[in-house]
Design a protein around this ligand. Structure first.
Ligand code: NAP
Length: 338
């Protein structure tokens, strides 16, 4: 409270005090919430996990995992392959993708694992990939929108868009919309799982998609992107409810991955050994891929194999009403008209 008030250059009004209390309460709420996102939190939650939930096989199913060469995406792809699925690893680097491909093939013994090279920060690359992939005509059972970045600096994609937004939001949007016809072919069993983040709890949905404010804050932009992913998932579930496709978003918890050590080095060092493993981060993705859809909430947000709230009590993150206007912008930026 004191620190908040000292930021003011005038005597505080009662409005200021309410606002600062809200802000500090928000930090406490979010911080306390994060304790369960560590590895220890999973140990507690796993006491309620049911072994039989994870016994399913995926033989004959086709899965695409974006950002599959490392971290949570790698573990997701490896697990799906170990269950017999045909798995397409979508990676931006041919070299890193090939290394992951041969590792997954040799660990799982499944040769039906393939590499697709595509940079998700580019709408035109995603469109080329999806056109080529769709020409195979095969049904797609599971799309895991896992690839994500937290870029601290304000840099632009090759198409001139703010980089976090280009990958996390527009990339996810274009990939999902373009793959829908293939997912419909796998209905009623098809599903799209989008890897969001608990970071979204700290921010409301905003229509300022490319962070136009003067002082760029990459952590805030990432949180905003992750909020958009949750709201998009909810909207897709409503809009496409008759297509037999399940739409879910999820939070993997804090996992010790290359992405976290690069974007949040201090955080990663301080909590080294306490964060989740890649496999623990992938656990709820796999769970969502395996559960009968009747058990799942359409458009739901999941954490540790259970539906989680989309807003925290006392954190004023409002509603998702702005999603229609956001989709309007995404359509015009991507040229997707569905
Ligand atoms: N780890 C956590 O604690 C945590 C917490 C909450 C949410 N998440 C979310 O979980 C997901 C996976 O995170 P992670 O921690 O495993 O991250 P990571 O270690 O950085 O892995 C991210 C993956 O996405 C790929 N990627 C990034 N930009 C791409 C692009 N333009 N085109 C194609 N692929 C791209 C990366 O490829 P390169 O290897 O080529 O960079 C990598 O394969 C992300 O969506 C992240 O936001 C993670």
């Amino acid at each position: 409270m004191k620190a908040g008030l000292s930021r003011l250059r005038r005597p505080p009004s009662s409005f200021d005090i309410v606002e600062i209390e809200k802000e500090e309460h928000q930090h406490v709420e979010v911080w306390v919430g994060t304790l369960k996102w560590w590895s220890a939190g999973m140990a507690v939650h796993s006491k309620n996990f049911r072994v039989e939930d994870m016994q399913g096989r995926m033989d004959g199913k086709n899965c695409v995992v974006t950002g599959a060469n490392t971290g949570i995406g790698f573990s997701t792809a490896q697990d799906l392959a170990s269950r017999g699925a045909s798995v397409y690893l979508l990676c931006r680097s041919k070299e890193r993708g090939e290394a992951a491909l041969s590792r997954i093939q040799s660990i799982t013994g499944n040769q039906n694992v393939y590499l697709e090279v595509c940079d998700l920060s580019s709408v035109s690359e995603i469109k080329s990939f999806t056109a080529k992939f769709s020409s195979k005509g095969a049904p797609l059972h599971v799309l895991v929108n896992n690839a994500g970045i937290l870029e601290r600096n304000c840099i632009k994609s090759s198409e001139g868009l703010e980089m976090n937004f280009a990958v996390n939001v527009l990339g996810t949007y274009v990939m999902t919309e373009s793959m829908l016809p293939l997912l419909e072919k796998a209905a009623p069993d098809a599903r799209i799982i989008t890897v969001s983040s608990g970071g979204m709890y700290s921010t409301p949905l905003t229509t300022d998609l490319q962070f136009s404010e003067e002082n760029f804050d990459g952590v805030m932009q990432y949180a905003r992107n992750k909020r958009v992913q949750v709201a998009l998932t909810e909207k897709w579930a409503e809009k496409y409810k008759d297509k037999g496709i399940g739409f879910y978003s999820m939070h993997p918890g804090w996992a010790e991955t290359p992405g976290v050590s690069k974007s949040l080095p201090g955080f990663s060092q301080r909590l080294s050994g306490k964060l989740r493993t890649w496999e623990e981060g992938a656990d709820t993705i796999i769970w969502l891929a395996l559960q009968p859809k009747e058990k799942l909430m359409p458009g739901g947000f999941y954490f540790d194999r259970a539906e989680a709230p989309k807003h925290l009590p006392f954190v004023a993150t409002g509603s998702h009403a702005a999603i229609d206007s956001i989709i309007h912008n995404l359509r015009s930026l991507s040229g997707i008209t569905t």
